[in-house]
Design a binder for this molecule. Structure first.
Ligand code: CAA
Length: 282
């Protein structure tokens, strides 16, 4: 297949990589040349890690040959499937989906990697609503096998089944969720992260002890604050805002500490500072 991915951020890079690993020809689109340069390096690093562990059959160079990094959605004309993975902002996603929809073939499947925005709302930005759905990957995409598949009210059964088969064929293990705020994953994960932040905010325990509780007491690979830093505090904030607005329940309200951190540019791992300090890779 020919697969397009729009947005070369963490998720877009990972999604492009896993399709290329499975033998598909991939075009990753981003308007920022820096993002495209970083994507090339980051995907190559990830493939080298997988090669060292014996998890890929081809060399990273062979897989990289199937990935083109380009700066315009115009080059997505011939794609069989396109996945939008731009910022988690409604207007940016709507604009991006409109431009994707105006260049692709009528039978192209368009997926959005949104983690919280309504698929019915987003479906209003594409021409063929029946060929559009939510396809939500998890970070790091090359490692995490889960994908949430979320239909809008207009997604056809054929597109749902075809998308599931494609995702299984690239090694993913999908679940289906109705289009409801936060789908399955973030509806449950974000309140956990929120309570962890409030536990810290109220001076009950340090970030290290909150995370240790979950690593050693519940066998989570990362504690909730480490995970929030890993996901991106700005992303967590945006998702909580959507959940809070759509459910209207205080149990989803973003904590003030989180808002202050995001306002101050503390985005977690990617910015070098969050609940912990990190080295930023360029
Ligand atoms: N590319 C390739 N391989 C990678 C990788 C990458 N980007 N990142 C990690 N790996 C591999 C490592 O090579 C290693 O492989 P082996 O098991 O074969 O040794 C394995 O993953 C584990 O990595 P590390 O040993 O470096 O580190 P770790 O054991 O601390 O694991 C982790 C890192 C996989 C990220 C683990 O901490 C983890 O699973 N954390 C939780 C991640 C999670 O919950 N993600 C979902 C976030 S929510 C989301 O994405 C959706 C949303 O909408 C918010």
């Amino acid at each position: 297949m020919k697969v397009g991915v729009v947005g070369a951020g963490t998720m877009g890079r990972g999604i492009g990589q896993v399709f290329a690993q499975a033998g598909h020809n991939v075009r990753i689109i981003d308007v920022s040349p820096d993002a495209l340069n970083f994507a090339r390096k980051d995907i190559a690093n990830s493939l080298e890690r997988l090669e060292k562990k014996g998890k890929i059959k081809e060399t990273p160079e062979e897989i990289m040959k199937r990935i083109e990094l380009l700066n315009s959605v115009e080059s997505l004309e011939e794609m069989d499937m396109v996945i939008e993975a731009v910022f988690e902002r409604l207007n940016i996603k709507q604009e991006t989906l409109k431009s994707i929809s105006s260049v692709v073939r009528d039978d192209t499947i368009i997926g959005s990697n949104t983690s919280s925005i309504s698929i019915d709302v987003l479906s209003g930005s594409v021409k063929n609503r029946e060929r559009f759905l939510g396809i939500h990957f998890f970070n790091p995409v090359p490692v995490m096998s889960l994908v949430e598949i979320v239909p809008s009210q207009s997604t056809s059964r054929d597109v749902l089944e075809k998308s599931r088969d494609i995702l299984v064929s690239i090694g993913k293990d999908p679940v289906f969720s109705k289009n409801f705020p936060g789908f399955i994953s973030n509806r449950i994960l974000m309140p956990l992260i929120r309570e962890a932040i409030l536990t810290y905010e109220q001076g009950i325990a340090s970030p290290a002890d909150i995370d240790k509780t979950f690593r050693l007491g519940m066998n989570h690979p990362m504690g909730p604050l480490e995970l929030a830093d890993f996901i991106g505090l700005d992303v967590c904030y945006d998702i909580m805002e959507v959940l809070y607005r759509d459910f209207g329940e205080p149990s989803f309200k973003p904590p003030i500490t989180l808002k202050n951190m995001v306002d101050g540019g503390y985005f977690g791992r990617k910015s070098g500072k969050g609940f912990y300090d990190y080295e930023v890779k360029k």
